[in-house]
Design a protein around this ligand. Structure first.
Ligand SMILES: Nc1ncnc2c1ncn2[C@@H]1O[C@H](COP(=O)(O)OP(=O)(O)OP(=O)(O)O)[C@@H](O)[C@H]1O
Ligand SMILES: [Mg+2]
Length: 337
């Protein structure tokens, strides 16, 4: 446990955009120094807006926040010196080389002479970019570019590193490599990492603590194991042959022994059950009586998706699909960038 001041403390951040868009509706965050913290949420949940406020790139309408002990509104310059930022969209200069980008970044932070050269080479080595150091960044693969972005965020040895969707748009191999990289960084003495993601697996794997964000606020916070552990029993998911009468289905499932928290969503029915395998035949019979035929059923330990479902009232994948349609295209398109 750390005894230092929290790396991030945000209270009741509100941010609206023209057109009555509430990006943040009362965001609260506490991040312990030296930990990896994940902000997990679907498209448009308010992750980037939170990062922009915490990194002094945007102002909240109201609310307060400190980063590395400095108030983001009163001392933005101190905050900027203490943090590294890897934005959702790469900030590297595409026509400069990787090494030139690192040198420029170091000089912007007042590093000079041999010290900045040494730091650039150290980071090129560390992020496996030494061979590409003298090539223009526009020729880098998506994974190389993202690794350079992270290196750029680290040049001046920040206390708190913000990574806004470090792996979106990367292929699975590059994503795994980036995960390893971030895990290694997490071992660096004193470094706090705040990362945003819309990959459940990424949050589960990298973050010691997670805040699940939905529609501009934190719906639940804890370690991945705590969050999953709070959901007793097994998750049983069933797919109906056709959409049924949701009320009748709900009534049929309520009160079945060892079955709780049923959620009907179109053709999908999710319940949690004390013993999933034992519950399946009971559930199938009950649904049959309610006139709903089941096409498929699976039993699993609760996942972060089930945690999200419980607190946000809808599936993560659905929130992604609906919210993405409403939100302007801020996220990069898939594939390499
Ligand atoms: N500059 C802006 N002008 C208007 N609306 C904005 C602006 N930036 C963000 N928004 C809106 O605020 C909400 C939150 O956006 P934000 O970018 O913080 O979400 P996000 O969680 O980072 O999403 P994504 O996963 O797509 O990056 C969305 O509804 C978005 O459309
Ligand atoms: Mg974003």
């Amino acid at each position: 446990m750390s005894t230092r001041a929290p790396a991030v403390a945000a209270r009741n951040l509100i941010k609206t955009y023209p057109g009555d868009v509430t990006a943040l509706g009362g965001m609260d965050l506490d991040v312990d120094a030296g930990t990896v913290f994940g902000l997990l949420g679907p498209n448009g949940a308010g992750k980037s807006t939170t990062v922009k406020i915490l990194t002094t790139l945007a102002r909240p309408d109201s609310g307060t926040a400190t980063v590395a002990g400095h108030d983001v509104l009163r001392h933005p310059d101190r905050v900027r010196r203490a943090i590294g930022v890897v934005a959702q969209k790469s900030g590297a200069d595409p026509v400069s080389t990787g090494r030139e980008n690192l040198l420029l970044q170091g000089r912007l932070y007042g590093m000079r002479g041999a010290a900045v050269q040494r730091r650039a080479d150290e980071l090129l080595d560390r992020f496996d970019l030494a061979d590409a150091a003298k090539r223009q960044v526009k020729g880098y693969s998506g994974g190389m570019q993202r690794r350079l972005d992270v290196a750029l965020g680290l040049v001046h040895r920040p206390e708190v590193l913000f990574l806004d969707e470090p792996t979106t748009g990367l292929d699975p191999e590059a994503r795994t490599a980036m995960w390893d990289e971030i895990s290694r960084l997490a071992g660096d003495e004193g470094l706090t990492i705040v990362l945003t993601t819309h990959y459940l697996e990424e949050a589960d794997r990298l973050a010691e603590r997670i805040a699940i964000v939905d529609r501009g606020r934190v719906v639940v916070e804890g370690s991945p194991d705590e969050l999953k552990g709070e959901l007793r029993g097994d998750a049983v998911r069933m797919e109906l042959r056709a959409e049924g009468d949701a009320r009748a289905i709900d009534a049929a499932l309520t009160g079945l022994p060892g079955v709780y928290e049923a959620l009907v969503d179109g053709r999908r029915v999710s319940v949690r059950a004390e013993d999933g395998a034992a519950a399946v035949p009971v559930l199938l019979a009950a649904l049959e009586r309610a006139g709903a035929a089941v096409a498929a059923a699976t039993v699993a330990r609760p996942s972060l998706d089930d945690v999200y479902l419980r607190y946000a009232g809808r599936r993560f994948s659905e929130a992604e699909a609906t919210d993405a349609r409403q939100a302007p295209a801020l996220a990069p398109a898939g594939g390499t960038r």
